[in-house]
Design a protein around this ligand. Structure first.
Ligand code: ARG
Length: 464
């Protein structure tokens, strides 16, 4: 069958395989509402500038509304021979309203349509992700406030390092997510320019008003260079880069959830809502949601790589390669959205086992640094020397098979005679955590203050 959009200079229709490799409708139908919105803006502007008659523009806008309703009702008919979402909508418009429908494509091209539609889609996706991330921050900050004084081990090299609080650990992710949200907001600002009216690549001789279409579509301004506008997918790359880093943050957290909920750690219990059972081992509670959040990072980072490679050799202006931008963008943003929602659900439901966390926090001489600091503060010992003394204390505790606070004063004095009984006040895990009052430190009072600051900020944002 001839292509009704561009078949004029052809004597044959395309091969079936040509049609199959060329058609994007199976995935770009996601742009349907965006394409309708951009076309409505175009029709109104064309009439306002006297390029088409006002009653034609009215018929076009009504026709487009009908088409959107058909799409939403699931009655719109798709056919691969019509290639993409833009040709589908235009063909249906002409079918519905006749020749007036053929006037819509004046002074525009599918190249600017697709660039416009995808920006609109990505903008909405960023807004949805930002809302999801705010909810995740809320869940984390709520839990952090509740557990501002719940002591757990802090790790470096996954070796027990110093006691921290669970609240402090959760707030670390609130910070990361805040930066993720900042990156998305930044990308959104830069993408919010309208390519519509670039008219394929060179602009147009019609007296169009690009400011009008930009404003109707909520863009800040029209893009300033027609060649750049139809060739640029920076906005998608930037968004996928932000999505990738956000996914990496979620994945690190997911990994911690998996580890914490294992029998070896037993720090948290996930709810039934976010675990699954085993088909053979009746006792199992598997953290599948966390594992999948961790794994889905692969798809998201993969999407970024895909898009960068699609773009890297493309001369200006539009090349059909760019049709391959959509699937990675759609998949990454939808996948990230799901991962965020699942993570927020896990956080809201998770129950820490305070006793297990506390016990682990005190294991492996985790307050050795507190002892060294005490030697510095009470005996005016240089830190490097205090480090050596403490190392010898740890060795003797190890030989005695006891934790630091179970050594006797006499045993300690064998190593350093000036040690006094006051030293025992710094060897407990709660004292250790509470002493970390420096700005940004883990002391419960700090954590409470930070959690409240975040909660107030999130509330203000939600009200704004
Ligand atoms: N389906 C195309 C895409 O997704 C739309 C633009 C096609 N333009 C063209 N001149 N063939 O990129």
């Amino acid at each position: 069958m001839d292509n009704r959009m561009w078949g004029g200079r052809f004597s044959h229709g395309p091969d079936a395989i040509m049609e199959e490799i060329n058609a994007s409708i199976d995935f770009d139908k996601k742009l349907f509402p965006n394409d309708i919105a951009a076309s409505k803006a175009q029709a109104r502007m064309l009439a306002a500038r006297g390029i088409i008659a006002a009653d034609d523009a009215e018929k076009i806008r009504e026709g487009l509304d009908t088409i959107l309703r058909e799409f939403e009702a699931g009655t719109f008919t798709f056919s691969r021979s019509l290639e993409d979402v833009h040709t589908h909508i235009e063909a249906r418009l002409i079918e519905l309203i006749g020749p007036a429908g053929g006037r819509l494509h004046t002074a525009r091209s599918r190249n600017d349509q697709v660039a416009t539609d995808l920006r609109l889609w990505v903008r909405d996706a960023i807004d949805a992700i930002d809302a999801g991330l705010a909810e995740l921050q809320q869940a984390l900050a709520d839990k952090a406030l509740e557990h501002a004084a719940t002591v757990m081990p802090g790790f470096t090299h996954l070796q027990t390092a110093q006691p921290v609080t669970f609240g402090h650990h959760l707030l670390a992710y609130v910070e990361m997510i805040a930066r993720d949200r900042g990156r998305f907001a930044d990308a959104r600002k830069r993408l919010n320019e309208s390519p519509l009216g670039s008219a394929a690549l060179a602009g147009t001789s019609f007296p169009i008003d690009r400011d009008q279409t930009a404003a109707e579509l909520g863009f800040d301004r029209p893009t300033a260079n027609s060649l750049d506008a139809v060739s640029d997918r920076d906005f998608a790359v930037e968004t996928l880069a932000a999505a990738s880093l956000c996914a990496v943050h979620l994945s690190r957290f997911a990994e911690e959830i998996v580890v914490w909920s294992s029998a070896g750690f037993g720090f948290i219990r996930l709810s039934d809502r976010f675990t699954t059972g085993s088909s053979i081992m009746p006792q199992k509670r598997n953290p599948d949601a966390a594992e999948l959040v961790r794994a889905k990072t692969g798809r998201i980072v993969g999407s970024l790589t895909t898009l960068l490679i699609v773009l890297k050799g493309l001369p200006l202006a539009y090349q059909k390669d760019m049709q391959e931008d959509k699937e990675p963008v759609f998949d990454a943003m939808e996948t990230l959205n799901l991962a965020i929602t699942a993570t927020a659900g896990m956080v809201a439901d998770m129950e820490p086992d305070k006793a297990a966390m506390r016990k682990a926090a005190g294991a492996a001489y985790s307050t050795a640094t507190d002892l060294a600091d005490w030697l510095v503060q009470s005996l005016d010992m240089p830190f490097r020397e205090a480090h050596g003394v403490t190392g010898r204390v740890v060795r003797s505790a190890e030989e005695a098979g006891r934790p630091l606070h179970r050594l006797t004063l006499e045993e300690l004095q064998v190593i350093e005679p000036r040690i006094t009984p006051e030293v025992f006040s710094v060897l407990g895990v709660s004292q250790s955590a509470s002493s970390r009052t420096s700005f940004g430190g883990t002391a419960p009072n700090n954590v409470r203050k930070q959690a409240r600051r975040w909660l107030a900020r999130l509330k203000k944002e939600a009200g704004a």
